[in-house]
Write a protein that binds this ligand. Structure first.
Ligand code: HPA
Length: 235
């Protein structure tokens, strides 16, 4: 048991898939894993451990934003000996060069957040994915004939903002999309010497206000889920 996860030691796999939403974790567990066990339901942040094609995998939510993913990923890495976390989330595209349903494999996450600095004294406002999982995802995407675009993204503290312009940090680091967690995950993994990757599906095109409807979301996320699970098999 850790402060925010009630699983017993040994009930969490070495590889964890981490969507933001607890219901998405439940959906993945119920539709893709066998012999599934609900190992934590503290705060309704469900964690499930089961088998995917015979490999033990845990799936559980991060919640939204750096404080939340910071807590869950830290406890998974330090209290449950997790080696690898693959975040699977959604993002808003800053550019019409991206389309709804596009899949991104995050190379670097840039952020104005002070999370990495104040948590771990990691300076700088851009952090890379950690370890070899990113390359495994690229290879696996090719095998599955999925186009996973290698890209930099903006990890923001802010969902709603007064100024509609693309934030300066996104322009500075050539970030084509925005989400709210990858930078915190990469900071924890870097500090702890662990592996972390982030796969995103474009759910919003910010300049045109297009978005994937809630009805479409379940189907829309299937290729990303499959990519994450098939990549996890090789870890
Ligand atoms: N902003 C931040 N995070 C997001 C967005 C967005 O527009 N869409 C999906 N996650």
């Amino acid at each position: 048991m850790s402060i925010h996860i009630s699983a017993k030691k040994g009930e969490i796999a070495k590889v964890v898939l981490q969507p933001g939403d607890p219901l998405r974790a439940q959906y993945i567990a119920e539709n893709y894993l066998e012999n599934v066990k609900l190992v934590s339901k503290t705060r309704n942040i469900f964690y499930y451990t089961g088998l995917y094609k015979g490999k033990e995998i845990t799936v559980g939510a991060s919640g939204m934003g750096f404080p939340s993913i910071g807590i869950y990923s830290y406890e998974l890495f330090t209290e449950y000996d997790v080696d690898t976390i693959i975040r699977i989330g959604t993002c808003g595209a800053y550019t019409t060069d991206l389309q709804l349903f596009d899949i991104l494999n995050v190379k670097n996450a840039a952020s104005e957040s002070t999370y990495a600095k104040y948590a771990w004294e990691i300076e700088g406002d851009i952090l890379p994915h950690q370890g070899s999982t990113y390359n495994i995802i690229n290879e696996t995407a090719k095998e599955l004939s999925l186009n996973a675009k290698e890209t930099n993204i903006h990890s923001s503290d802010i969902f709603y903002r007064k100024n509609p312009d693309i934030p300066a940090i996104a322009t500075q680091y050539n970030c084509s999309a925005v989400e709210m967690e990858a930078f915190g995950l990469f900071a924890n993994a870097q500090h702890l010497g662990k592996n972390a990757a982030t796969i995103l599906t474009v759910s919003d095109i910010i300049p045109t206000h297009e978005n994937i409807s809630s009805d479409e979301r379940e189907k829309a996320l299937k290729p990303m889920i499959q990519l994450a699970l098939e990549s996890a098999l090789k870890i």
